[in-house]
Design a protein around this ligand. Structure first.
Ligand code: PMP
Length: 353
């Protein structure tokens, strides 16, 4: 090893789902929305004046923040926006988890949390989910330097109710409690109504799932003015211009079309409920998903075998080879046509086996 190499940071990074590129593929591995963004977004991109790109964007993404403020009836000072909720969550880890006490999160959850904890040298403790993959709220009654929960949780797809979340926030008023609501719009109960009661609560959401804009990279957090201004101070000590002009403009445009948003969610949820019934008939079981994905296991065929078989058919789903969940597949809800193809391939394979 060269001497300079000793100064390199060594870290095992988060590994996102692969982005394969086959013309005939069915991509159900990264929980993207199968429908396009609101029509206003395409119109905005067409009209956008390229001379605007020679200027720096507004550092606070004012237009987008104001539109979020109007839609969610939350003051602009209580909104932080970032480059996808990954950026928002990373900033929150840097800003809010500076205690010597460990932060807490479930052992099975979004696998970026432990990577950020290691990156930012935040001590952490994982709290096991129960046998049914449920969070036990009683386990969050010990000393901690912060709490982060995905609700609905990923990859389990299970949503906990508002009272459940409030119990955890209420009993942890000496820490910042972060609720990552990446999938909330598909049927969960948001913690937003708790914001006026608890200054230590942060609710994080994204345009990547329910608004079909993963490629635009827009995420946001709602919280008290105190905590939001602390996050901006850290962000502005690192990079002032995280949000690019097209994302700000298109994000604001997407928010205006409530009807399209609800229509898309309705379609995903209807497909999800039908696919649940059909998968059950094929011998699969799964928690009752409130997200745009299903977390399934088969009564006799190992998940890894199904993952490989589906891949050969260019149907991509997510498989995590990690303890407790290595016999499960996470399947994103696609269009009806995509899901019919998935069901047909599964039926064919399981019938012959
Ligand atoms: N939180 C959870 C639970 C997720 O599954 C994802 C998607 N990978 C994210 C946050 C980040 O999504 P994005 O950065 O696209 O907003």
């Amino acid at each position: 090893m060269q001497n300079w190499e000793k100064n390199l940071r060594e870290i095992t990074p988060y590994v996102p789902g692969e982005q394969p590129d086959f013309p005939d593929m069915i991509k159900l591995n990264t929980n993207e929305n199968p429908y396009p963004p609101a029509p206003g977004v395409a119109a905005m991109l067409k009209e956008m004046k390229t001379e605007k790109l020679s200027l720096y964007p507004n550092p606070c993404a004012k237009l987008l923040v104001n539109e979020l403020s109007a839609q969610y009836k939350i003051a602009p000072e209580r909104i932080f926006v970032g480059v996808g909720s990954d950026d928002v969550l990373g900033m929150i880890f840097m800003t809010c988890f500076c205690s010597d006490k460990p932060i807490l999160f479930p052992d099975i959850t979004y696998s970026f949390y432990d990577v950020w904890a290691k990156l930012f040298r935040v001590p952490y403790e994982t709290v096991p989910l129960d046998k049914e993959f449920r969070i036990r709220k009683e386990d969050y009654r010990k000393e901690n330097g912060g709490i982060i929960l995905a609700n609905p949780n990923a990859p389990t797809s299970i949503a906990e109710g508002l009272d459940f979340i409030e119990d955890i926030v209420q009993r942890n008023q000496d820490s910042v409690v972060v609720v990552d609501e990446a999938y909330i719009d598909f049927g969960g109960e948001s913690a937003l109504p708790l914001l006026d009661k608890y200054e230590n609560l942060l609710v994080v959401q994204t345009f990547s799932k329910s608004r079909s804009m993963a490629g635009m990279r827009i995420g946001y957090a709602f919280g008290s003015e105190r905590v939001i201004s602390a996050i901006y101070a850290v962000r502005n000590s690192y990079n002032s211009y995280t949000m690019n002009y097209p994302s700000i403009m298109c994000g604001a445009e997407a928010l205006k079309d409530r009807e399209y948003f609800e229509e898309c969610i309705g379609k995903v949820v209807a497909t999800r409920e039908r696919v649940k019934r059909e998968l059950r008939e094929l011998g699969f079981s799964f928690p009752d998903s409130k997200t745009n994905f299903l977390f399934v296991t088969h009564e006799s065929v190992p998940a890894e075998e199904l993952f490989t078989m589906l891949r050969e058919h260019h149907i991509f789903v997510r498989y995590f080879k990690t303890p407790r969940i290595d016999n499960y597949l996470r399947i994103t809800i696609g269009t009806d046509t995509q899901m019919n193809r998935l069901l047909e391939v599964l039926k064919g394979y399981l019938g012959k086996r």
